[in-house]
Design a protein around this ligand. Structure first.
Ligand code: MN
Length: 147
């Protein structure tokens, strides 16, 4: 791993590929992923940068592993649990274990955030029909979520 990876401008870094957010191609819209730091077994964590283009969203999901997120570009909203939060530059968001979450670029600008995650982690669960119905029944959450 290089000691220094220079920022190449526009939230790109020298030599780091801009990847698809996920490989399954479903349940998300206009979002990219860059792995900034691969901690491997020694650290056990990965630092990623996600960027959602205006109007896009991340997958509505939950999982046992947790996320620590920091917004470093733009503004938007996120669902965590049963609440919607307005998020902007340098805000920190904690996604607890087994908690539904989704990020959306709602303000006509890209929403970019760092996300710290375990290297070894469980696969995200998507809402089934019953989960989706329960989420849709919640005030504000129902209109917010994108499936
Ligand atoms: Mn997640």
């Amino acid at each position: 791993m290089n000691t220094l990876i220079r920022h190449a401008g526009d939230f790109r870094w020298d030599g780091l590929p801009v990847l698809n957010y996920k490989e399954d191609g479903t349940h998300f819209k206009t979002i990219s992923r860059q792995v900034l730091f691969e901690g491997g077994p020694k650290l056990g964590a990965q630092l990623r940068y996600f960027e959602i283009l205006p109007g896009g969203h991340s997958t509505l999901e939950r999982h046992d592993h947790i996320h620590s997120v920091m917004v470093i570009r733009g503004r938007g909203h996120c669902l965590v649990g049963d609440a919607i939060y307005e998020i902007s530059l340098n805000d920190l968001i904690h996604i607890p274990s087994l908690t539904w979450h989704q990020f959306r670029a709602t303000t006509g600008e890209p929403l970019g955030f760092l996300c710290l995650v375990n290297v070894d982690r469980d696969k995200p669960e998507l809402p089934d029909t019953a989960n989706a119905a329960a989420l849709k029944a919640l005030p504000k959450v129902g209109e917010f979520i994108r499936l």
